[in-house]
Design a binder for this molecule. Structure first.
Ligand code: SF4
Length: 438
């Protein structure tokens, strides 16, 4: 085979784990069209950027990444392809203001990426014909350099939260079919993943009732080689409550509960077009904690129009009472195209930032207490990375790439190894530990 004729691609993925799952589908599609992956974006014939525009800082990062990629492109004569949420939201602006971009396509077409690129640049694919028979025999899944993968169970969202741009970008909720979910999971495990993280915009909306979701989780946890199943993005409603029994019972489901409440004041929640209340969230989190050693991640938006000081007090009370181990805090930032964009706000940007800081300080105090309780405890962990002779381990209570890690001085450990770690100290978020045994 003449390697000169091989054309390569590199995918840069921005944003959340859902984008990582989408990039996996793009990867498979590009490989299916005869391209090969290139680790270095500077050397690739096609550089695809899977973008994010969830909040202002994500949009800024996306623009900066495209502009930097444009500089590489000019030097290396690449094709620059911009896809995903930012492309869905601003296709015309990209075409008119970013001449360095050769092709733009939005969400919902990740699995067709290879075909779209082939149709757009047929001359680039001419030389690939002779190697296609070789390429089609390969396993169409990215090589794993981490012991976990993301599998997406659905796309889009029907909830219509007034602050959220996602439904405009991703459309209505669509289930992936069961065969595809199980197939993606098996491929990820074959490629070396020990942990599967289920992602979507709204995991619990899957199927008509939670039985369908439970059945998928049971099938996944029976697959040989799967050690940890982690569920992400569980909207805090009755369906999630009903799912809790199987989360509690199924030993392979991680002791982790990610459920974004966004606020705890019923008045603010209603104005956000979300369901729930302080007492419901309390019941939900308390039930979730029936699973041994479970830890909770949630998120809260401060400074939403109409939020009063007493609503912030309620948030502080919630943090102190329910003690979520992980907390994402956002100052409300109006997104064009959402219902909340036109709301008259009585909370200034400065005040919203002050409220975020206040809640963060309270949470850091809670976290210090949580950390102190972890000292001396032994947790099952997975090694995510080896860096400069140090192993970076992750407790089953922590999600990859987002939660805290445990640093271990041990040169003999390997990526993907699972064993027990004793926590010996902590900094603000991360911990240090010692490896006990496999
Ligand atoms: S549940 Fe609400 S916040 Fe989450 S994606 Fe749907 S509309 Fe957005």
């Amino acid at each position: 085979m003449n390697v000169e004729k091989v054309k390569s691609f590199h995918i840069t993925t921005l944003g959340c784990p859902k984008n990582i799952a989408d990039s996996t589908h793009m990867y498979s599609s590009l490989i299916g069209e005869g391209l090969v992956e290139e680790d270095n974006p500077e050397k690739a014939d096609f550089h695809l950027i899977n973008t994010c525009t969830f909040i202002k800082t994500a949009t800024e990062e996306t623009i900066e990444t495209i502009l930097n990629a444009g500089k590489i492109k000019r030097k290396e004569n690449q094709k620059l392809v911009v896809v995903g949420c930012f492309a869905e939201r601003y296709p015309n602006e990209i075409k008119s203001d970013m001449p360095e971009v050769d092709l733009v396509f939005g969400t919902g077409k990740y699995s067709e990426a290879g075909k779209i690129i082939r149709d757009q640049f047929p001359e680039e694919f001419e030389s690939l014909k002779e190697i296609n028979s070789y390429l089609t025999n390969r396993e169409i899944f990215p090589k794993n350099n981490k012991p976990y993968s993301y599998v997406k169970v659905s796309d889009g969202c029907n909830r219509g939260c007034h602050f959220c741009i996602i439904p405009n970008l991703r459309g209505n909720f669509k289930d992936s079919n069961e065969e595809q979910i199980i197939g993606d999971t098996k491929k990820a495990i074959l490629a070396g993943s020990k942990e599967i993280c289920i992602v979507s915009q709204d995991t619990v909306f899957y199927g008509k009732d939670t039985d369908k979701l439970k059945s998928i989780f049971n099938q996944i946890t029976e697959i040989d080689g799967l050690e940890i199943l982690r569920l992400l993005y569980l909207y805090p409603d009755k369906k999630t409550f009903n799912l809790l029994d199987s989360i509690i019972e199924n030993k392979k489901i991680a002791p982790y509960f990610e459920s974004p409440v966004q606020h705890v004041s019923e008045k603010v929640l209603k104005s956000m077009n979300r369901t729930g209340s302080y007492s419901f969230f309390k019941e939900l989190f308390t039930k979730a904690r029936e699973k041994e050693n479970l830890e909770i991640r949630t998120s809260i938006i401060l400074g939403y129009p109409g939020e009063k000081p007493e609503d912030v007090d309620l948030v502080l009370k919630f943090i102190e009472e329910l003690k979520p181990e992980k907390l994402a805090l956002f100052a409300f930032s109006p997104q064009e195209g959402t219902e909340a964009y036109n709301l008259k706000s009585d909370v200034s940007k400065k005040e919203a930032a002050r409220r975020v800081n206040l809640v963060r300080e309270t949470h850091l105090e809670v976290l210090k207490e949580i950390h102190l309780n972890r000292i001396g405890k032994i947790y099952p962990c997975i090694i995510d990375e080896i860096e400069d002779g140090k192993a970076i381990a992750r407790r089953f209570q922590d999600a990859p790439e987002i939660d805290e890690v445990v640093f271990i001085e041990n040169k003999d450990l390997k990526m993907g190894q699972i064993g027990k770690v004793k926590i010996v100290s902590f900094s603000e978020y991360d911990m240090d530990g010692t490896w006990i045994k496999e």
